[in-house]
Design a protein around this ligand. Sequence first.
Ligand code: AHM
Ligand code: MG
Length: 332
Amino acid sequence: MHLTLSQFLSEARRAQGAPDACLQQLIETVADGCRTIAAQVNQGALGCTLGSAGQENVQGEIQQKLDLIANEILLEKAAASGALAAIASEEMAQIHLIPDGGAQRAYLLLCDPLDGSSNIDVNVSIGTIFSVLRCPRGEPLTERAFLQPGAQQAAAGYAVYGPQTLFVLTTGEGVHGFTLDRGTGLWRLTHPALRIPEQTHEYAINASNTRHWYAPVQRYIDELMAGKDGVRQKDFNMRWIASMVGDVHRILMRGGIFMYPSDRRAPLRPGKLRLMYEASPIAWLVEQAGGAATNGYQRILELVPGQLHERVAVFLGSRQEVERVTHYHHAV
Ligand code: AHM
Ligand code: MG
């Protein structure tokens, strides 16, 4: 029988002393939020959740109705959890302080409530990404409290809303996947101890940006595309879902490398993805599953954020490929 998420976390707490009761409660609250979001996703056109909300977020991107609905669901659940001091989200310019944030106020939550927004209306996999940090004590709670490197995360994970709905989690003891049992509403451990193969023949990148890439990315992709006829001496296959959660989930299942590089268009805006609630949590999951994650030069988990919504270049997945493309960056 598959353990429920709650049973799994309780057993981990007994065996390793972590997560603590407060963190366990918070993880279960986030998972509960994801189950509620999944129900909204499933309703599709019947639930009036498709289409644009007609407004922009802090990054100047048009928000979809489901972006806002998912954000509200997580805010409401998190506020009631008793474990949280504040929450930050892709969909909110400022951090949100939890009024009377519970007796403990031990943690901070960051999230991308609905990742892959361009796929909502076309019924392709989308997801929720989250990261939990410890709340620093003894200082006023401002955005500064959130600006911790990813290596300090207490928990991280995502839900993927696809043909199956999964909740994938790390608290620093490997990566574990739980499938939503729609009959009972329980998350059940179906994918324990996920490992990413070191080698792969699959890569994911938005190739429509080819003409904008810097030389190291251009070199790496040219070599992959040359396949058996080039220096790599094997053929590679390309996949691009345009939901990072979907692409990363495939990589956790069978290997691969995912890239969203910075490019010549905006040297001051490195890449598209956000460091704190997209790249860092996914980087920790990938490393915990035996893979690697860099910005082309450095481990993503070591980057110290300067701002809540800052962007970062991303290369992550099968270790040998990430090391190769990182080496190409250092070689120029
Ligand atoms: P979102 O959080 O607004 O959905 O944006 C992030 C998404 C990632 O999930 C995905 O990898 C990327 O944007 C796709 O970008 P592009 O449209 O350039 O292919
Ligand atoms: Mg996103």
